[in-house]
Design a protein around this ligand. Structure first.
Ligand SMILES: Nc1ncnc2c1ncn2[C@@H]1O[C@H](COP(=O)(O)OP(=O)(O)OP(=O)(O)O)[C@@H](O)[C@H]1O
Ligand SMILES: [Mg+2]
Length: 235
């Protein structure tokens, strides 16, 4: 479904991602893990079109989408739940959702919003509140809700559980598993690597801008030490 080949993205003289190649098959949950600064966010932001790569190609459904804007990607069915939420703080909860559903038919938009409020009841209680006044956990739920508004076929999630209370972390992992059952393909960056490994089919390890390893989640689960070495949590 998604094929990234030799992707390099720079911020001026700093290379955020170097020659990265990954594939995501339809129906998979693919994880991306790695220490801080490894290039995880750069990878997702380049795929969605927020950053322009210096070299490399991105294809989706066998079409070259390397130069597309985030809006064009959304229209093709690829959405991003961005790092740091990126909400419109001066708009209400409902307005944030509606804007995220810009590519849906107007008639579908309200139905979709109802489903999202069912999923995250607190959003239903805060419909008219400005997003800037939400707590961290509420804001994260809204960010995920925004990602779901367009009913994407491929959802990119950048640290979706950051700042959430433990019970909500479980809700989000359950949601990811359920989305896959409903036919959504997922590419997920997650600090909580052990939880991610429980639901992912495959994972890529990134380190200083490079994909250093790719394996089935099972393989990592069986090699805890290797995993710790890559993550920098063990010598
Ligand atoms: N806007 C920017 N300007 C300059 N350098 C940047 C910028 N954003 C990221 N970088 C650099 O690019 C590299 C990759 O950063 P990136 O944010 O992609 O890492 P990450 O794996 O998402 O890290 P984290 O786990 O902290 O979110 C780092 O060296 C970072 O300092
Ligand atoms: Mg990041």
């Amino acid at each position: 479904m998604l094929k990234v080949e030799g992707l390099t993205t720079r911020y001026g003289s700093i290379t955020g991602l170097r020659d990265a190649s990954i594939v995501v098959q339809a129906g998979e949950i693919v994880g991306v893990i790695g220490p801080n600064g490894a290039g995880k966010t750069t990878l997702l932001n380049t795929i969605i079109g927020l950053l322009k790569p210096a070299s490399g190609t991105i294809s989706f459904d066998d079409a070259d989408v390397t130069a597309l804007t985030p809006e064009a990607m959304l229209r093709r069915g690829v959405a991003l739940v961005p790092e740091q939420r990126r909400l419109f703080t001066e708009l209400t909860v409902e307005e944030n959702l509606l804007v995220a559903g810009i590519t849906c038919k107007a008639s579908d938009r309200h139905e979709r919003m109802r489903e999202i409020k069912e999923l995250f009841p607190v959003l239903g209680e805060r419909t008219t509140m400005l997003a800037g006044y939400l707590s961290g956990g509420e804001a994260q739920q809204l960010a995920i809700g925004r990602g779901l508004m367009s009913s994407p076929r491929l959802l990119l999630m950048d640290e979706p559980t950051l700042g959430l209370a433990p019970n909500l972390i479980s809700t989000v992992f359950d949601l990811i598993a359920r989305l896959r059952e409903d036919g959504t393909t997922l590419l997920v960056v997650e600090q909580n690597a052990r939880r991610l490994l429980e639901i992912a089919d495959r994972v890529y390890l990134l380190r200083t801008g490079n994909v250093v390893s790719e394996a089935t989640a099972d393989a990592f689960r069986g090699r805890e030490n290797l995993f710790d070495v890559y993550m920098g949590t063990s010598e």
